[in-house]
Design a protein around this ligand. Structure first.
Ligand code: AMP
Length: 215
């Protein structure tokens, strides 16, 4: 197994970037946020346990996250390439991931750190709308759907994520600074951190990453 990590605060554009990169690289997109939201919707034990933390913008326990990641990796063939989005989010998760690389004889080749200022993050998050049925992501100003409130792809209803309310966003930014930002130093020490200017359009950001990946 080979993997890259997309690291960045809420609203940095990890999910959108992953969507673009997946088509161009064949890397399998693994978003713990998407996995948890599906689990909440399906009412599974993981979903029920995760929901309260997610609604507050707090992190779900490292043990749950590492378990669902392990199970997800195990579903794919041995030589797969993964792109982690929203994982790891703590030093403990990064250490757990190191163990998974040992277990699956994997290599972490790059950690892309998406750099965006806080004002842009806030604008991206408050305007974000998501399709209830297919998960496609829109933005009221930057990427509006053709018909307000309706997904262009499958006609599904667009909704605002519960954790995209202004007060929860501020908490998520704090959680990022305290618990996730230390990963920057963790991966810098390993010599695999790559800073990416993510203030531009998703296509511009994807081009910068593809350049580094040599694709
Ligand atoms: P995201 O879609 O990545 O913004 O994640 C939404 C929410 O899911 C986060 O605010 C957390 O509550 C939870 N979550 C997602 N990924 C993780 C993770 N790796 N560790 C802990 N909690 C997570």
């Amino acid at each position: 197994m080979k993997a890259i990590i997309l690291l960045g605060g809420p609203g940095a554009g990890k999910g959108t970037l992953a969507g673009l990169l997946q088509g161009k690289t064949g890397y399998i997109h693994i978003s713990t946020g998407d996995m948890l939201r599906s689990a909440v919707q399906a009412g599974t034990p993981v979903g029920n346990e995760a929901k309260a933390s997610m609604d507050k913008g707090e992190l779900v326990s490292d043990a749950i996250i590492l378990r669902i990641i392990d199970e997800r990796i195990a579903e794919e063939p041995e030589n797969s390439c993964f792109m982690f989005d929203g994982f790891p989010r703590t030093i403990e998760q990064a250490e757990g991931l190191d163990q998974l690389f040992k277990k699956y004889s994997g290599t972490l080749t790059h950690v892309f750190c998406l750099d965006v200022d806080q004002a842009t993050l806030l604008k991206r998050l408050t305007g974000r709308r998501v399709c209830k049925s297919c998960g496609a992501v829109y933005h009221l100003q930057n990427k509006p759907p053709r018909k307000a409130g309706v997904c262009d792809i499958d006609g599904g209803e667009l909704y605002q994520r519960a954790d995209d309310s202004e007060s929860t966003i501020l908490n998520r930014l704090e959680v990022y600074k305290k618990q996730t930002a230390p990963l920057i130093a963790y991966y810098k020490k390993q010599g695999i951190l790559c800073d990416i200017d993510a203030k531009g359009s998703p296509e511009e950001t994807a081009a910068l990453v593809l350049d580094v990946l040599n694709v």
